[in-house]
Design a protein around this ligand. Structure first.
Ligand SMILES: *Cc1c(COP(=O)(O)O)cnc(C)c1O
Length: 218
């Protein structure tokens, strides 16, 4: 299936208030342009050099999202243009984003990444630490980052019950934070090609879909 068809099909099958991020990592700019011509304006990438190059090469009304682990020292390269960073997984990184945003006279939107999957991963905060973490972040009073919500990835498994439980867990973290610490948050980024339908049922407001739009990656 071609990119335009795949995109239109997904777009028409999800609620209007769920944002679809087209995950274009590893894909050549010609394919991104194809998606752009089909109406895509929000692309997700997970490598700094790649998103910098694609930002330079493609139309300027595109919103670029960083969805993968971000090294603090590379933040400066994306700070001038990045629209949303989904993968804030340390306080240190958040402070660096704040500093680099200030240099660019910007306020950068950020999501705090939580680790909800069973798989081992170095990245993401634990749901149990959410409240304490939010208190710490609030105390820092950073003027050049805006916490817009949270992000998480479910376990890669065919067990839909497990995936559903993990998304439900992340939604609970979102609700807890919204109720107690961050009343302004409005973005719950969860769901990928294989599980976005479950994620939406569990309250996702933003899905990150790659292979179902662009085909599988090598
Ligand atoms: C690659 C990636 C996606 C998209 O994965 P697909 O299964 O191709 O849809 C979504 N989120 C993150 C964080 C990713 O790294």
């Amino acid at each position: 299936m071609d990119i335009e068809k795949a995109y239109q099909q997904i777009k028409s099958s999800i609620p209007n208030d769920v944002t679809l991020v087209a995950v274009s990592k590893t894909k050549p700019t010609e394919q991104l342009l194809e998606a752009y011509n089909a109406g895509v304006r929000t692309f997700g990438e997970n490598r700094v050099q790649e998103v910098v190059d694609k930002h330079e090469a493609l139309p300027k009304d595109i919103e670029w999202h960083m969805i993968g682990h971000l090294q603090s020292k590379k933040t400066k390269y994306i700070a001038p243009f990045i629209s949303l960073i989904h993968s804030v997984d340390s306080i240190k990184l958040l402070k660096v984003i704040n500093k680099e945003a200030e240099k660019n006279n910007r306020v950068i939107d950020c999501l705090i990444q939580f680790h909800i999957a069973e798989e081992e991963s170095k990245y993401g905060f634990l749901p149990n630490d959410a409240i304490e973490l939010a208190e710490k972040i609030n105390e820092l009073n950073l003027k050049h980052v805006h916490i817009k919500g949270i992000m998480g990835m479910a376990t890669f498994t065919n067990n839909t019950n497990q995936v559903q439980e993990e998304f439900r867990n992340l939604k609970q973290v979102f609700d807890l934070l919204k109720k107690n610490k961050w009343p302004h948050i409005d973005t719950l980024s969860m769901g990928m090609s294989g599980d976005y339908d479950i994620a939406i049922k569990e309250g996702s407001t933003m899905i990150r879909v790659g292979s179902k739009i662009f085909g599988s990656r090598k």
